[in-house]
Design a protein around this ligand. Structure first.
Ligand SMILES: *Cc1c(COP(=O)(O)O)cnc(C)c1O
Length: 366
């Protein structure tokens, strides 16, 4: 950590790699001899065209996105894509299935329902307070659905899919907002992947959409032009002014993963190591509890609690005075949450565990 910076465990917008921030700082006033900041550039200029094309091609390279998939940078965040998914992919039969495994997947279902003729819940773990992911044999799938929608990593509840659901011929759509680039993904198994960039990729302002070519071109007539995937693919995501600066960061962060981390396999190894440290600590003691089913635990968002809301509050207060930020859990869950995205160094997790252990010793009951 650079002097004065703290370990930021925010769920999003969240920590970015320091070397990327330093590079952006170095290029801030005068980008590669252009005489101007990326913030000031015309999105139609040659120099900016190289930035956006570089962001697309590096993302394609790092994520190994096959050629028959389009990569789009859209506005409206992941929440906008809840509606855009239904409008673009849900016009053939007008039916779609949703797995509701948390707050965001529930939100996607509610948005989908506005535009689809027949939106169904294929499975939900609400009765278990979203502490687990449904098993394949719990999914009730409509073979005529235009797609099955899942939220890959449940940012609020700290669960993640560990298997790709079998859907027959129905395209799988995954919201990967809080897990994109944290591990290798076999993109060919999905019809579409999307993500708000503010968790693992860039500052807020872009939704990345990776969509199979044959699924686009049938958007519902009510689809806003800026969310028509085929039109945006045709115009390189530049129907209107795109969020130029966050797109520049997508380029920098994907270059960081490729050149400094060594790709998504190496990224996964690092993420597994960090998550294991934290979960092993949680499992080794009984002051803190985690209620997430062992096999469904998220590598990105680690949710835990003391069991005493006053003590949880004290933990949040004391941790923020001790050089950690944003460890308070989401209001839907309470307790604590440590988001340990790609950019969180291992030392941050080690420092957190040391703090947790100290706090436990000082607040032990009985
Ligand atoms: C943060 C998040 C969202 C919401 O993203 P916005 O860009 O704020 O709309 C949706 N899905 C998941 C999984 C998230 O983590």
């Amino acid at each position: 950590m650079l002097d004065g910076r703290i370990y930021n465990f925010s769920a999003g917008p969240s920590i970015l790699p320091e070397s990327v921030l330093l590079k952006a700082k170095e290029q801030f006033l005068n980008y590669e001899g252009s005489g101007m900041s990326v913030l000031e550039m015309s999105h139609r200029s040659k120099v900016y065209d190289e930035i956006i094309c570089g962001a697309v091609s590096t993302l394609r390279e790092v994520m190994e996105v096959p050629d028959n998939y389009k990569i789009l940078f859209l506005q409206g965040g992941a929440t906008g894509m809840f509606a855009a998914t239904a409008m673009n992919l849900g016009s053939r039969t007008g039916a779609a299935d949703y797995v509701v495994s948390g707050n965001f997947s529930g939100g996607a279902y509610k948005e989908g329902k506005k535009y689809l003729k027949d939106a169904r819940i294929a499975a939900t773990t609400e009765a278990d307070h979203f502490t687990r992911i449904p098993k394949q044999n719990e999914l009730v799938l409509n073979p005529d659905a235009d797609y099955l929608h899942v939220c890959w990593n449940n940012t609020i509840f700290g669960t993640t899919w560990k298997y790709i659901p079998e859907t027959g011929n129905v395209p799988l759509v995954a919201d990967m907002s809080s897990s994109i680039l944290s591990e290798p993904v076999d993109v060919s198994r999905y019809g579409m992947i999307y993500a708000g960039v503010q968790k693992n990729l860039a500052p807020a302002g872009v939704a990345v959409v990776i969509v199979r070519e044959d699924l686009i071109g049938n958007a519902m007539p009510i689809t806003p032009k800026i969310w028509d995937f085929a039109e945006q693919a045709d115009k390189n995501s530049m129907i209107n002014t795109p969020p130029t600066y966050p797109i520049y960061f997508i380029k920098l962060v994907t270059e960081w993963i490729r050149d400094e981390v060594g790709g998504t396999k190496a990224m996964k190894a690092l993420n597994e190591e960090k998550a294991k440290l934290l979960y092993d600590y949680l499992d080794s003691q009984n002051f803190y509890k985690t209620t997430v089913a062992g096999e469904d635990r998220s590598m990105m968002n680690v949710v835990f609690r003391t069991g005493d809301p006053d003590l949880d509050k004290e933990f949040a207060d004391l941790s923020s005075k001790s050089g950690f930020s944003n460890l308070k859990g989401h209001r839907l869950v309470g307790g604590m949450r440590a988001s340990i995205y790609n950019a969180m160094p291992k030392e941050g997790v080690e420092a957190l565990i040391a703090f947790m252990d100290q706090f436990a010793k000082e607040h032990k009951r009985g």
